[in-house]
Design a protein around this ligand. Structure first.
Ligand code: HEM
Length: 155
């Protein structure tokens, strides 16, 4: 199966669907999600966008943990991210978190590239993988908040 990336277009509406509980089951619940997310963040740590994240390993580990909690709750698992999001809608809260950073389309593609690799390395039903990919591919468009550079990031 192909993990496609479509371009973010400034001002365009972004329809997306949250991952289904079938994905949460297929990934192996909270434990499996942690495995997937930690492997994703290991790739981020080595990526071209590592400078967006804390350089201190202990601080970086905290981001890893929070990220895992977010995805557990987002995918229909227990509400372990409730304290961080202060009861706000999870997706709205996520857009707000990313507004503190200058995120370009190029950074989004690098982020998605790490996620694609983490998913490809993870043993799981392919349909469930695609369900999750479709959510992150679309939702990540809403984290892009800097459109100044118009160079083509797809090559
Ligand atoms: C589907 C899209 C994305 C999701 C669901 C997502 C999710 C998250 C989550 C859950 C956190 C932790 C928030 C917290 O509790 O503090 C986070 C932090 C962060 N994300 Fe994302 N993210 C996405 C896309 C991106 C992209 C494209 C970038 C590009 C650079 C990015 C950069 C960051 C940065 C810099 C942080 C903060 C790290 C810190 O606290 O220092 N994210 N993200």
């Amino acid at each position: 199966m192909e993990f496609k990336i479509t371009p973010t277009i400034e001002g365009e509406e972004v329809p997306y669907t949250n991952p289904s509980p079938r994905f949460f089951e297929a990934v192996g619940g909270a434990e499996g999600m942690q495995k997937l997310m930690y492997s994703f963040y290991d790739l981020i740590y080595e990526s071209d966008i590592h400078n967006f994240f804390p350089q201190d390993r202990a601080e970086f580990d905290k981001v890893k943990e929070k990220n895992t909690k977010f995805f557990i709750q987002r995918c229909g698992g227990p509400k372990v991210y409730e304290e961080e999001s202060k009861g706000m809608d999870l997706n709205e809260y996520m857009i707000r978190v990313h507004d503190d950073f200058t995120i370009t389309e190029k950074a989004r593609i690098e982020w998605l590239g790490c996620m694609r690799e983490a998913l490809q390395n993870f043993e799981m039903n392919e349909e469930a993988k695609m369900d999750f990919w479709n959510y992150v591919e679309a939702f990540s468009k809403l984290t892009v908040n800097n459109f100044e550079k118009r160079e083509n990031p797809y090559f």
